[in-house]
Design a protein around this ligand. Structure first.
Ligand SMILES: O=C(O)CCC(=O)C(=O)O
Length: 251
């Protein structure tokens, strides 16, 4: 493993997140961002979108745009995910996430921990966001509370709100990728700028975790799977389908 990745792993272990700067050419990231934004505004995709006028999540990007594959199956993010989740961890979902001008700060939260009786002391998810536009402190870039992943809380304590000074803005140029431990308290920050911030959020889970746990995550469609190279297929859940109801226990 190269020194950069080794240092990123130590950073994620210590602080709960790490940033890999400029892992994809800027123009490639910006072009994917434009396509994600167009999909987010396409009424035909409305069934796969959650959110409001300021912040949306469009699920199922692995099915909707093959340009998401170089992000989801990137060797560097995979190396880090495998370090924390085991050699056979999975790429479970890729979602497009725009933050529009005027957006308030998102609530500070932990990922995929709601069903635990006690939050485990091993990572259960490595979450990531590819910056498909520049991410700044002002334009709705991601904010994280360093070291909060060690709290083992299912959600941040009420005294740490969405405007807490503990929240560190993570800035980066388009083509960079931020990774975090699912237990780190984080949010999309307020967008006080005139720009639209757009990210591609890719979730990695270990084999022992249920894929249905995040309400909107979509399965890989069989026809998507057919088009994938074998190396990508090996990283996807072993069953494919068109609806969550077909694939998962969704109650
Ligand atoms: O959009 C962001 O910056 C944060 C995404 C997020 O909170 C999540 O995926 O859990």
């Amino acid at each position: 493993m190269n020194e950069d990745l080794a240092a990123a792993i130590v950073h994620l272990e210590t602080y709960g997140y790490c940033l890999l700067p400029e892992r994809m050419p800027r123009q490639q990231a910006l072009a994917l961002g434009e396509r994600c934004l167009a999909l987010c505004q396409d009424p035909a995709r409305a069934n796969f979108i959650q959110g409001d006028e300021y912040y949306q999540t469009l699920f199922g990007m692995l099915n909707l745009d093959e340009g998401s594959w170089p992000c989801a199956f990137h060797e560097d993010t995979l190396t880090i995910a495998r370090h924390f989740l085991g050699p056979h961890c999975r790429v479970v979902e890729a979602c497009a996430k725009p933050t529009w001008p005027g957006a308030p700060p998102q609530h500070l939260h932990v990922d995929s921990a709601g069903h635990f009786a006690a939050v485990p002391d091993v990572p259960w998810m490595i979450n990531t966001i590819w910056m498909l536009s520049d991410f700044t402190a002002a334009n709705g870039g991601t904010g994280i509370v360093p070291m909060s992943h060690t709290s083992r809380l299912k959600s941040p304590p009420p005294e740490v709100g969405p405007d807490s000074p503990l929240i560190k803005p993570i800035e980066g140029a388009a083509g960079s990728v931020l990774l975090w431990h699912g237990g780190a308290w984080h949010q999309a920050r307020a967008n006080t700028s005139e720009e639209i911030r757009i990210g591609l959020n890719v979730a990695y889970y270990p084999r022992w975790f249920n894929n249905w746990i995040e309400g909107g995550h979509q399965p890989v469609w069989p026809e998507t799977y057919q088009r994938m190279p074998e190396a990508h297929r090996a990283l996807c859940p072993g069953r494919q389908g068109h609806t969550r109801e077909d694939m998962y226990e969704v109650r």
